[in-house]
Design a protein around this ligand. Structure first.
Ligand code: NAP
Length: 210
């Protein structure tokens, strides 16, 4: 697929990009800064032409993934919303409110994913995923001991994102409608707290069952 990573110059964006490039996807790196997008594209082994402004990446892709800090989720989406009509947006943003990142603090609308859907309107399908995955590990070839909770209102869109998780070497699970994203988003603060209190580098979650 032609995938745009909006904010693709950051930690999570580079991690997902590197995995999806290895899986054979056509990845576009989006940024507010064209030179930075091109520089990161080259570092990831892509042509410089794969680095674009967020708007151009959103226009050129089949599916986009948003990887910016929550504080900049709204401004980023407002700058590209027309380009995402009839497309899927994967929202990976976690509503962390520094400095208290070990405390679950959710936006008034309920979750970052619901916020994204409210900004984009019903012509774009928001699916939330990847909130609990370490960006640092994604940037390596390591097996990642953490599953992906995939929440979204359309099952076909969730299936596409579960396949993309598999392409990144991860197991994705249907986590129900988009409103359930709140659980994955909240878990991130808990994992950060576990990392700190138990001296772990990358705690994660696994779904079990027979
Ligand atoms: N890091 C992780 O392990 C991890 C794991 C799961 C989920 N997440 C979530 O994924 C999102 C990205 O995390 P990250 O660690 O990759 O963040 P990051 O590296 O701090 O930032 C990602 C990108 O956001 C863009 N950005 C920064 N300030 C901006 C602004 N004022 N307006 C618009 N864009 C801005 C930058 O791109 P340009 O300067 O190129 O525009 C930057 O490269 C966050 O919501 C985070 O909670 C992170």
């Amino acid at each position: 697929m032609k995938l745009a990573i909006l904010g693709g110059t950051g930690s999570l964006g580079k991690g997902l990009a590197s995995r999806w490039i290895k899986a054979g996807h056509d990845v576009l790196i989006g940024s507010r800064d064209l030179a930075k997008a091109k520089e990161i594209s080259i570092k990831l082994g892509l042509d410089a032409s794969s680095g674009m402004l967020n708007l151009d990446a959103a226009k050129s892709c089949e599916l986009a993934c948003l990887t910016v800090p929550f504080a900049h989720q709204e401004s980023t989406l407002l700058s590209i919303n027309d380009a995402l009509v009839n497309k899927i947006l994967i929202d990976a943003t976690v509503p962390l409110m520094p400095p208290k990142v070990m405390r679950v603090q959710l936006p008034e609308v309920g979750s970052a994913a619901l916020n994204a859907q409210a900004i984009l309107g019903t012509d774009t399908t928001v699916v939330s995923a990847f909130q609990n995955i370490s960006a640092e590990l994604l940037q390596t070839d390591a097996d990642i001991d953490c599953d992906v909770l995939v929440a979204g209102d359309l099952i076909d869109a969730r299936n596409i994102v579960i396949d993309l998780a598999a392409d990144a070497g991860l197991t994705g699970w249907h986590a129900g409608p988009l409103c359930n994203s709140v659980a994955a988003e909240a878990l991130t603060s808990i994992l950060i707290a576990i990392n700190k209190k138990h001296s772990l580098a990358h705690s994660g979650i696994k779904i079990t069952g027979h």
